[in-house]
Design a protein around this ligand. Sequence first.
Ligand code: PLP
Length: 414
Amino acid sequence: SSTFSMVASHSRRTEGEDKIFAANSAAQSAAKTIGPDRVVNASVGALLDDDGSLSVLPTVIELLKNLPAEEYAAYAPIGGLPGFLEAAKKAAFGDFVPNGYIEAVATPGGSGAIRHAIWNYSEMGDAVLTSDWYWGPYKTIAEEHGRKIETYTFFDERDCFHLSSFQRKVHELLQRQNALVILLNSPAHNPTGYSLTMEEWNAVFDCLKAEAANKEKRIILFSDIAYIDFAGNPKESRAFMKLFGNLPENILTIVAFSMSKGYTLYGMRCGAMICISSRKEAAEEFKTVNQFSNRGVWSNGTRPAMTVLTKIFSDPQLLEQIEKERQVLQTLLTERAESFIQEAKRVNLKICPYKAGFFITIPCKYPDAVVAELQKEYIFTVPLGKGIRFAVCSVSKDKCTLVPQKIAAVINKL
Ligand code: PLP
């Protein structure tokens, strides 16, 4: 019968292929049939050159290629190479190291950090909080581990961070549960491109501190900085991390560092989770618990990627070189986004407030239908709950200019 299933009860899933990867394969087969020039593949979450090939940082790739055999064939320690963990902290915080006890554990990208944070800091069955626009895998990872996602409204009527919605939801969840993990992706949020301002970050912590007055409660602010290296000025974009210091002992901040975007090493699966706590024991416990989880889920991380980051942060010239190369990619991305936004304004296409990053989101009523209609014109986008996601990171500037009008036409027609 249709209810027959071989899998355990907790693993019965209705969802099939990931929507992002589905849109990408449809775009690729269209490109084979009618030629890549006529296809707009705005589904991929990776920065691509105008010709559709993956943009890479040449110096990073050279470092990787030139490693001696044992640096890529050997295991890394379970918690990560010590030099890598130090480098990851430097890469994450820059000049804005927060005050407090800081510990780091290597993970397979930011995804691994999300997994461990949810598993180790929320209770089974708990709700994990994020904004209503969010990266789909947050939900997948939460559900894979017997948790669920609940959301607050990300934007207010002025297209700024919706502080009161955030406050209400934090308060409501902390009445129901003693631990709360909050996933907050900023700067250059996926999928909208929003970055919280310093005032907004301050307000977030004012809210959390007020809730933390109840010492029974444990609040975990998970700062997902997956796109921070493409969020404009690398100094300014990190300033908010100073706020992670000097917090009450029942607030723990976890920063998710990833080498996927900032070092163009998506496939190497390397990153780290970094905690900041005012309490030494909480930081030590973080180290113990997440190292244990590494062993219990995937063992060790990817040694060659760790070694590459270690080398980059022990040689200022290398770092400078990589920053220059990254700046070229940042400019490419900014130009594309600006072209899209300018054209969207001209044709009155409403988009979510974009400040930086890989994606622009267009709110609309029937996302699946809009995506399907656009596919007929060989424009491949990703449907979200309340809109569609357009990956400016993977589409040339010329195509970015052509598309808003077509999206507007489809939305107005439906
Ligand atoms: N967080 C967000 C918002 C992302 O978009 C991504 C990747 O697309 C990640 C985290 C994690 O990526 P990775 O696991 O490759 O570091």
